[in-house]
Design a protein around this ligand. Structure first.
Ligand code: ATP
Ligand code: MN
Length: 478
């Protein structure tokens, strides 16, 4: 057996008493030809390896360069030096992989996040990305645990879909038709009958419609999978490929939906705080350093951990869209004409408006409900006022929209009227309407953008830095 290593995270919790251990990892630094800092990605903390003078030959020592991969066996002893509690006195060092220090792109100095994005294949070896991706993992795990504890079924909705009626965003086409000599119908349209699926298909923008089918039989379901939007929005908050969590619950109204969403967000934040304290502390420090370059008024008012703690300990503010518009119209930036986009009832709130509400006015997450029907999707439940729908968006400080959800329209007739008004062909969605034809129930659900959640928890500012290999307009490297 080759792998008899102990992970460094585990090792660092042991009592050093001369026990024999084996570790494997990458060299972070090698000082005085004597002290190796080794990291294996299980934690940002390194283990110090001490090579006694004269014990190892020159050629081995020369090969201990930055990012070389090593296997080290030795005894774990209390450290004599300051800065670490324990160290390994090496008996045996095997170079598993050499690394040419001159050519290695990650020199031991501070690199910009932009530069690290260009070498995303190596950025996992940095402390920042180590912390980010361990936290991302924890959040994903906590999400499954949260729903599992509550009896939800994890439903795998399709990635290739033929339903393009949802209108959540621009879609990527999935086809095997040739670009040259594309088969055409007699009237010159592309003949999708000759395509792989015999019809036009796309990558999914949301698993919601299929999720509803699951919920109206299984009760409570959630999806957690990739979604794709060919929107040309080059912002720090949009990806062309991102992961979304979409719970869908039978026998739920809008308030039940909000309660679940708030409990859910708090649960996964708490999980990360309990399981990733070190990484969060590291990222908090990183953020403080980063913000030193900014003018005082642009810096965060709270540290990262304090911000997360604050979210856990305070109820999210709940206001209607109409109230939100009133607040905006009363606001200093509106009066001083500082908003770029106009504010009036019926408009889709822009990021600047959302950020004013959460960051300046309420200073905490805000759930905005009951949006104008005209700016929301066809499946949202119509309110009695005839103008608004039972929608809810959750807005988070620094991020803007993190959750979009609604109570779904369960009344067949109302749904039909709405679809007609929006030119959505009912024949194509007859499977969806069947759930309203046979034993329809009040139900609700929401979508949480996973990367936006990771952004919020890690305090990172660009969505490209919280997904391993970001896909954005004009970029699909790796
Ligand atoms: P936005 O207005 O920010 O573009 P949206 O209204 O298009 O969001 P929804 O269609 O409601 O978003 O999608 C549900 C959730 O998915 C959003 O609340 C957000 O967290 C996330 N999301 C949406 N688009 C993207 C994207 N391009 N990249 C990453 N996450 C996204
Ligand atoms: Mn969008």
């Amino acid at each position: 057996m080759f792998n008899k290593r102990i992970k460094i995270k585990k090792l660092l919790t042991e009592q050093p008493s001369g026990q024999q251990v084996t570790v494997m990892g990458w060299v972070k630094s090698f000082r005085n030809n004597q002290f190796i800092a080794l990291n294996d990605g299980s934690t940002n903390n390194n283990i110090q390896i001490v090579t006694e003078l004269g014990k190892f030959d020159e050629t081995t020592l020369k090969r201990i360069t930055i990012s070389a991969a090593l296997m080290v066996s030795g005894t774990l002893i209390p450290s004599l030096g300051k800065g670490q509690q324990m160290e390994i006195k090496a008996d045996e060092i095997t170079i598993l992989g050499d690394s040419d220090a001159e050519k290695y792109p990650l020199q031991p100095k501070k690199h910009s996040l932009e530069f690290l994005r260009e070498i995303a294949h190596l950025r996992f070896r940095t402390s920042t990305f180590g912390a980010v991706f361990r936290i991302r993992h924890s959040l994903a795990f906590a999400i499954h645990q949260f729903f599992n504890e509550r009896g939800f079924v994890y439903l795998h909705t399709p990635i290739i879909t033929a339903s393009d009626a949802e209108g959540a965003g621009e879609m990527f086409k999935v086809t095997t038709l040739p670009f040259d000599n594309t088969p055409r119908t007699p009237d010159g349209e592309i003949n999708y009958k000759e395509d792989f699926f015999g019809r036009a298909t796309n990558l999914t923008v949301s698993g919601q419609l299929e999720g509803e089918l699951g919920a109206t039989g299984l009760g409570d379901i959630y999806t957690f999978g990739p979604t794709f939007r060919a929107e040309n929005s080059n912002t720090p908050r949009h990806l062309a490929e991102f992961w979304m969590i979409e719970p869908e619950m039978a026998f739920y109204d809008l308030e039940d939906n909000m309660n679940l969403a708030e409990e859910f967000i708090k649960y996964i934040i708490r999980y990360a705080m309990e399981h990733n304290a070190e990484d969060l502390t590291f990222l908090q420090q990183r953020l403080i350093e980063e913000e030193k370059l900014l003018p005082q008024d642009k810096r965060s008012e709270m540290g990262l951990l304090q911000k997360l703690e604050f979210v856990l300990n305070n109820a999210f503010e709940r206001i209607s869209y109409t109230e939100a518009i009133d607040i905006l119209i009363q606001s200093p930036p509106y009066k001083k004409k500082k908003f770029q986009y106009e504010v009036k009832w019926g408009m889709d709130m822009q990021s600047e408006h959302e950020r004013y509400l959460v960051e300046k006015h309420f200073k905490k997450p805000v759930i905005v409900t009951d949006y104008p029907a005209d700016i929301k999707a066809f499946y949202m439940r119509q309110n009695d006022d005839g103008k608004t729908v039972a929608a809810m968006d959750i807005l988070a400080p620094g991020i803007g929209e993190i959750v979009g959800g609604s109570q779904r329209e369960e009344r067949l007739e109302k749904l039909g009227t709405r679809m007609k008004a929006m030119n959505i062909p009912q024949e194509e969605l007859s499977w969806y309407l069947d759930t309203r034809r046979f034993g329809t129930v009040p139900h609700a659900g929401f979508g949480l953008g996973f990367e936006r959640m990771v952004l919020f928890v890690t305090g990172m500012s660009n969505i490209r830095d919280v997904i391993p290999f970001p896909r954005t307009p004009k970029n699909a490297a790796f």
